[in-house]
Design a protein around this ligand. Structure first.
Ligand code: SF4
Length: 330
């Protein structure tokens, strides 16, 4: 694509691909939409279905009610569990209140839950690398609280105590920085040389692909704008990865209107990407905003083509299939 030259400045936008929605987020958002269509509002959702302000606001307008805990949901009502997963205690709490549940936990988070359960059953100490307080970490740790220790910072590595150093495994949150996680693993391996790796990558394909794409363009960028919310782990990691990979500056914004024009002073190349919970319409808005301010040329930087898709939660598939059947015999 031709690059426009303004005076001595070559203003261009590099647009990362893949970016935005991953298969787990798409599935979770569609789950709430289908639940609203099928059962009518209100549909309760425990925690933000995905960590994106725009998605939560849009679903709220359509009749979703977001709550922090299952005990805020009226007895017998329908509640959707978010893509980040829940611990068994939350399932029990919902059952004790006779709630009807749809579990929109991403299958790749469920995979980490299964690993935690399996290693706990085999009596391992599990070192879970992740961010303290993040919902996903709470859900995974809740599968085997007596076996799991959270490792967030380098200081946490020093604090870990294990019963048998030959029976220790590390697992991780799905949305971490790949490079930072390797650093943490190496620190742990210095303390526990027999530390076992997870059976397969816990950091998911979408997190990894978005980091690879932003790395491929960051060194050429004076500024990298990441569209995403402050509570979105994978979006925040993209800012860090961009800076580590050579971008001169990088910021996280929910909307184009949050971009401070001062960030663009002296900038030729702007990199744009978005977190896994971000609808592409918000990226398109940002591109229009940049075009209006002198950056109309966009070059896509593609490092992978994603084709992953997940089936809707079983509870919902059953109802949708039976509705289809009723429709066809009418
Ligand atoms: S970021 Fe990864 S783990 Fe999280 S919802 Fe998307 S695919 Fe699933």
């Amino acid at each position: 694509m031709p690059v426009r030259t303004l005076g001595r400045m070559t203003k261009r936008v590099l647009l990362a691909k893949p970016r935005g929605y991953c298969a787990g987020v798409d599935r979770a958002v569609v789950t709430v939409e289908k639940a609203l269509e099928t059962y009518g509002p209100p549909v309760y959702v425990r925690k933000e279905i995905v960590h994106n302000k725009h998605v939560v606001e849009t679903l709220t307008e359509r009749g979703a009610i977001f709550v922090d805990e299952a005990d805020e949901v009226p007895e017998g009502a329908l509640v959707v569990f978010s893509a980040h997963g829940v611990s068994p205690a939350v399932h029990e709490q919902a059952a004790s209140r006779d709630l009807r549940t749809i579990d929109a936990t991403c299958p790749l988070v469920t995979k980490v839950h299964q690993e935690a359960k399996r290693f706990a059953r085999d009596d391992y100490d599990i070192l879970l690398i992740g961010h303290e307080g993040h919902e996903e970490v709470e859900g995974t740790a809740g599968e085997a609280p007596e076996h799991v220790q959270l490792v967030d910072t380098a200081e946490d590595v020093e604090k870990v105590t294990v019963r048998d150093p030959s029976k220790v495994v590390w697992l991780s949150q799905t949305t971490l920085s790949v490079d930072d996680t390797l650093i943490r693993v190496n620190q742990l391996k210095n303390r526990f040389p027999d530390l076992q790796d997870p059976p397969s990558d816990d950091i998911c394909y979408a997190t990894q692909n978005r980091q690879v794409a932003v790395k491929a363009m960051a060194a050429e960028c004076d500024l990298v704008l990441v569209v995403g919310s402050q509570n979105s782990s994978n979006s925040k990691r993209l800012v860090e990865v961009a800076l580590q990979a050579g971008a001169r500056a990088s910021y996280l914004v929910d909307y184009a209107r949050e971009v401070d024009p001062a960030w663009l002073e002296g900038v030729e190349t702007v990199g744009v990407t978005s977190g896994a919970s971000v609808p592409d319409i918000l990226v398109m808005d940002l591109l229009s905003w940049l075009a209006e301010r002198g950056w109309p040329q966009v070059q896509e930087v593609t490092t992978a083509n994603e084709k992953v898709a997940f089936a809707l939660p079983r509870e919902l598939r059953k109802v949708l299939a039976s509705n289809d059947l009723k429709g066809s015999v009418r």
